[in-house]
Write a protein that binds this ligand. Structure first.
Ligand code: NDP
Ligand code: 8X3
Length: 251
């Protein structure tokens, strides 16, 4: 039977690339994001190239009720084989005293609470089915906190902790849990972090060949292709020029 994957935040970047990768592997897809037009374009392009079904759900993962209402639209008839908890953002890059509480709330509500809302609903379906695989998008920031990034780093530390606890919570139900933790990936991430300042965003990748969304999608494709008895718990992926969160060699 054709496998089914649900990917949050599939309207750009890593989520979009993962949608294309899993479609190329024959997965039917349920894609979520807030921007309906962007998600519709992604779905249309995937349908044109791959013989798979794509269902779009447009909602904000910060809204618990919206998560419940939209995810209830998924047919009960088919188990969800893979959930990729990818929707997330960084907002702002400054010392703690200069931080914006609006930015902090956006990161905490999306990266932590949104992931939890979606996971609670989908994990219940997976438990019923007795199988499934959850892949969380953590970050290098989830173990290596850096200056100016207190709340983003805290949110990804939370994803790291949640991933490890979930692994224990779900192991007896035959469900796999994996975390992928990238370093620098050039997507819309930095434009979003700098509130639309594309020039400043470009500077993040100056002199570096960063990872692409497709690089991370390849890793996710590999993780979900392992035999039933193999669980990839945690993968840290960085550009060759980025040794860690604190050391990047720019050419
Ligand atoms: P993008 O900004 O390109 O993509 C983010 C995706 O998340 C978009 O599809 C966006 O869709 C969705 N999203 C954001 N907020 C919400 C929300 N409230 N409700 C629903 N969907 C939302 O960034 P990336 O692809 O780089 O980021 C994907 C994940 O990877 C994030 O969790 C990020 O923290 C993580 N990551 C990124 C790294 C990087 O360097 N780029 C490195 C390490 C981790 P829409 O706006 O349409 O809702
Ligand atoms: C995104 C990577 O280094 O900007 O999670 O925090 S970094």
């Amino acid at each position: 039977m054709t496998k089914l994957a649900l990917i949050t935040g599939a309207s750009s970047g890593i989520g979009e690339a993962t949608a294309r990768k899993l479609a190329s592997m024959g997965y039917d897809l349920i894609l979520t994001a807030r921007r309906a037009d962007r998600l519709e374009n992604v779905a249309a392009e995937i349908r044109a190239v791959h013989n798979v079904e794509v269902q779009n759900l447009i909602f904000d993962v910060r809204d618990e009720k919206a998560c419940e209402e939209h995810l209830a639209q998924i047919s009960d008839e088919r188990p969800i084989d893979v959930l990729v908890n990818n929707a997330g953002l960084a907002a702002g890059l400054e010392h703690i005293d200069a931080g914006s509480t609006e930015d902090w709330n956006a990161m905490i509500d999306t990266n932590i609470k949104g992931l939890l809302y979606v996971t609670r609903i989908i994990s219940r379906r997976m438990i019923k089915a007795g199988r499934g695989h959850i892949v969380n998008l953590g970050s290098i920031a989830g173990t290596q906190p850096y200056e100016n990034g207190a709340v983003y780093c805290a949110s990804k530390h939370a994803v790291h902790a949640i991933s490890q606890s979930m692994r224990s919570d779900l192991v007896a139900h035959g469900i796999k849990v994996s975390e992928v933790r990238p370093g620098m990936v050039e997507t819309e991430f930095s434009v979003v972090r700098f509130h639309g300042d594309a020039e400043r965003a470009k500077g993040v990748y100056r002199g570096v060949t960063p990872l692409t969304g497709s690089d991370i999608a390849e890793v996710i494709g590999w993780i979900v292709s392992q035999p039933a008895h193999v669980n990839i718990d945690d993968v840290l992926v960085t550009p060759q020029q980025q040794a860690n969160a604190y050391m990047t060699i720019r050419k």
